[in-house]
Design a protein around this ligand. Structure first.
Ligand SMILES: NC(=O)c1ccc[n+]([C@@H]2O[C@H](COP(=O)([O-])OP(=O)(O)OC[C@H]3O[C@@H](n4cnc5c(N)ncnc54)[C@H](OP(=O)(O)O)[C@@H]3O)[C@@H](O)[C@H]2O)c1
Length: 232
């Protein structure tokens, strides 16, 4: 499987990249970003690109793709709706249109978030925009497309968020992960599980096109399942 990954420098994207590089069934990963992810790997190619609203100049590079894992995104905190919409709607749609035209047989998986509003009309700005992006992406002519809606994502294996606020929250919350996982298993996942679930869904599909946090945790993956691990 040839994977194209957006957001490989971010918290979720770093986790997804790690799982892709470890998975023997993933032949290659093309990471598209404005900055390269750290560390070379024989399976990893990097495409540094600056205009994320126009991929026409790199469309040839975005060909021959079996699965795209779209992990690029931002927190809406302090952002105006037009700015948030540019990153959370315009960028994924710009990428997806090029990919769908070039790779009609591929699977596209979009990282959204728990609470995204499928009506696209609610009062919560981020949820409305994410819901609109989900709907527009799911309507494109991919062989298959899915939305992942993680809730609280525990970073594993040294993965770090790009967002300073999130880093502080994760550092403060780290000692409580086992408690939260025990009390709220439906609302907590890990970067490892998200990455492995993406690969599994790209290979075998999923019963629903929108996977909530509990659905992500329930995806059968290679290695020990999230539920079977006592600590992470
Ligand atoms: N973290 C969580 O617990 C969590 C939970 C639910 C949903 N999510 C969603 O998952 C997605 C990723 O979250 P994250 O925590 O991994 O974020 P993150 O650590 O802040 O990483 C964001 C990624 O997006 C890229 N990016 C952001 N703005 C960009 C732009 N204008 N142009 C090009 N690249 C841009 C960043 O690239 P650079 O390195 O170039 O900045 C980075 O690779 C977001 O949509 C978020 O809402 C996250």
């Amino acid at each position: 499987m040839n994977v194209l990954l957006f957001g490989a420098t971010g918290m979720i994207g770093q986790g997804v990249l790690r799982e892709c590089l470890l998975d023997p069934g993933v032949d290659s990963v093309l990471a598209v970003g404005r900055t390269p992810p750290s560390g070379p790997h024989p399976k990893l190619r990097v495409l540094v690109h600056q205009d994320f609203l126009d991929f026409s100049t790199v469309a040839d590079d975005m060909t021959g793709v079996d699965a795209c894992f779209f992990c690029l995104g931002v927190s809406s905190a302090g952002m105006t709706e037009p700015d948030y919409r540019r990153v959370s709607y315009d960028i994924p749609l710009a990428a997806a249109h090029v990919l769908a035209a070039r790779n009609p047989g591929m699977t596209f998986i979009f990282v959204s978030g728990a609470g995204a509003d499928s009506t696209g009309q609610g009062r919560l700005m981020w949820a409305r925009v994410k819901g609109q992006a989900e709907n527009a992406l799911l309507a494109l002519p991919f062989r298959a497309s899915y939305v992942f809606r993680p809730a609280f994502v525990q970073p594993m294996h040294g993965v770090r968020s790009r967002t300073a606020l999130y880093r502080a929250v994760y550092a403060a919350a780290a000692p409580l992960y086992p408690v939260w996982r025990a009390l709220l298993p439906r609302y907590v996942t890990t970067t490892e599980q998200v990455g492995r679930a993406m690969i599994a869904v790209a290979r075998r599909g999923a019963p629903t096109r929108v996977l909530e946090n509990a659905d992500i945790n329930a995806v059968p993956v290679a290695g020990p399942t999230l539920a079977s691990r006592s600590g992470v």
